[in-house]
Ligand binder design. Structure first.
Ligand SMILES: C[S@@+](CC[C@H](N)C(=O)[O-])C[C@H]1O[C@@H](n2cnc3c(N)ncnc32)[C@H](O)[C@@H]1O
Length: 279
């Protein structure tokens, strides 16, 4: 890395630490009437979360994490953090912002997960030795770091040989992308197997549709990838399985039953790519 790119990355990290200090999911919490972090309020939030994203139970095999060393990267409101810690895993949480670190630590205390370790820091410069974890889980995080290729490499390094990762990143070829930019999206999808990934970042209008804070501002950095680009970025792993999921609730979609969307539309044109990896 050049001195200039280190300075650029420092600036992105600072923006991310400030933006994500407000917990991701705060808009939802407000909509469903949650204003504190009591066990009852957190349960209400988590019930909504797993109800809206039911396939998470399939993609994150919580029961198989028991006794394993698990690192979660990008903690947000801490729903997945709590589930991993409750599974009996040796839970480690890492997030660039103080707010999510405080929330995950609070949840671990509430459930008596006394050996859990939750730290503030970046996956691009992780405070762990290589070959440390049996599992790494990063849902909706790596595409916000400002350097998706290096974030994926960092995940690979942190895993023990044979270790597994579940990462979720945003698709560059979802129904939303096809609807807003049909030609650009089709060209990207067609060409994506043929050229190297060049970290194209979304513009403000695009980013705000995915992650906005309570004031309506977009996340500072968001990258989008096609399945072929993601395969290329994960080529250091011995096994890669990718499945699209998640159709939002905008416009007419809110009138379509979710089980139908999840079953038939999500896997073809979903917003998110769930990528299961073995080192
Ligand atoms: C969209 S939220 C996802 C949170 C949670 N996994 C979920 O699905 O609700 C993204 C999270 O990634 C964190 N994050 C962003 N850049 C990061 C980095 N370089 N290292 C670690 N965490 C980062 C943010 O602070 C934020 O908590």
């Amino acid at each position: 890395m050049t001195t200039e790119s280190i300075a650029d990355q420092d600036e992105i990290d600072a923006k991310n630490a400030a933006f994500w200090d407000e917990l991701c999911g705060s808009q939802l919490a407000q909509q469903i009437g949650i204003s504190d972090d009591s066990p009852a309020s957190l349960k209400k939030f988590d019930d909504w979360y797993f109800d809206f994203y039911p396939y998470l139970y399939r993609h994150i095999p919580f029961a198989r994490m028991k006794t394993k060393r698990v690192l979660e990267v990008g903690l947000g409101y801490g729903t997945v953090s709590q589930k991993i810690a409750e599974s009996g895993a040796h839970y480690h949480g890492l997030d660039i912002a103080a707010g999510p670190v405080g929330m995950a630590a609070h949840r671990c205390r509430l459930i008596g997960a006394n050996d859990a370790i939750v730290q503030q820091g970046s996956i691009l410069n992780p405070p762990f030795d290589d070959d440390t974890f049996d599992w790494v889980v990063a849902i909706g995080c790596l595409h916000h770091t400002g350097n998706l290729p290096d974030a994926i490499k960092a995940v690979e390094k942190l895993l023990k040989p044979g270790g597994q990762a579940m990462i979720m990143v945003y698709s560059a070829a979802s129904y939303r992308q096809f609807a807003s930019e049909p030609i650009r999206t089709s060209m990207r999808k067609l060409g994506s197997g043929m050229r190297a990934y060049s970290a194209p970042a979304g513009d403000e209008d695009e980013r705000v549709a995915y992650d906005a804070n309570l004031k309506g501002a977009a996340a500072p950095q968001t990258e989008f990838v096609t399945k072929s680009e993601l395969r290329q970025l994960c080529k250091g792993f011995s096994d890669i399985q990718i499945r699209a999921e998640n159709i939002g609730a905008e416009g007419i979609l809110r009138f379509v039953p979710r089980p139908f969307l999840n079953r038939w539309v999500g896997p073809r044109f979903g917003l998110d790519l769930y990528c299961s990896l073995v080192k």
